[in-house]
Design a protein around this ligand. Structure first.
Ligand code: SAH
Length: 211
């Protein structure tokens, strides 16, 4: 996602430490203390402007959610949504998905979401795809033994690549949707990209895979 730089975005994040975790390395292994309860923790890597993470957190008050994005401006928009909703079960993290082992202990995360990840279509950029082996190595570590990844995209090429990548990694494809919006899937929470692309008539793919 390319986003216009937002003036004051960094300060906005820094001024809201109750929602934006400033020193995540200190929270490693102690996220339940951060949330003040023992509820399971679900994360979205590449959470964009936060529609999904705030929407799903409102639906599930007994799960804790962390939205993670690498871009300051994008995350500052997600912060606006978190502030407006004043949800107690959401936190935000400015971080690269490849560095999550620094911030989460083994098995500390119960479920991981990837929504409309950047496709990086060129073969030489394969390693940047959030469903490549580089990232799966990281996710496997912070998820429990049979932990799950739930992935949505409109991008057919990325979906095909990810099916193969998960499979080559030895993961189990628990469920696959080739047209999510035409299915009987209940409780779907739309992301910003999902709204945009489905309005244009694009099909939305979804899968649930476990290690
Ligand atoms: N999930 C949102 C945004 C999708 S765009 C939606 O569905 O609308 C992809 C997002 O992933 C962008 O906001 C981008 O900044 C973020 N991103 C890309 N690479 C990342 C990485 N390595 N770690 C964390 N976030 C990343």
């Amino acid at each position: 996602m390319r986003v216009r730089k937002r003036k004051g975005a960094k300060e906005h994040l820094e001024n809201n430490p109750q929602y934006v975790i400033v020193h995540p390395e200190k929270a490693k292994g102690r996220w339940q203390e951060v949330f003040g309860n023992q509820n399971p923790i679900h994360i979205e890597v590449g959470s964009g402007k936060g529609s999904f993470i705030t929407g799903i957190a409102a639906q599930n008050p007994h799960i804790n959610y962390i939205g993670i994005d690498i871009q300051t401006s994008v995350l500052s928009h997600a912060l606006d949504k978190v502030l407006a909703s004043s949800l107690p079960n959401v936190r935000l993290l400015l971080a690269d998905g490849s560095s999550l082992k620094n911030y989460f202990a083994d098995s500390e995360i119960a479920l991981l979401y990837l929504n409309f990840s950047d496709p990086w279509p060129k073969k030489r950029h394969e390693k940047r795809r959030l469903t490549s082996i580089t990232f799966l190595d990281v996710y496997r570590q912070i998820l429990p033994e049979k932990g799950e990844i739930h992935f949505k995209t409109d991008n057919r090429g990325l979906f095909e690549y990810s099916l193969a990548s998960f499979s080559q990694y030895g993961m189990i494809l628990e469920r696959v949707w080739l047209d999510l919006h035409a299915s009987d899937f209940e409780g779907n929470v739309m992301t910003e990209y999902e709204e945009k692309f489905s309005q244009k008539g694009q099909v939305i793919y979804r899968l649930e895979a476990s290690f």
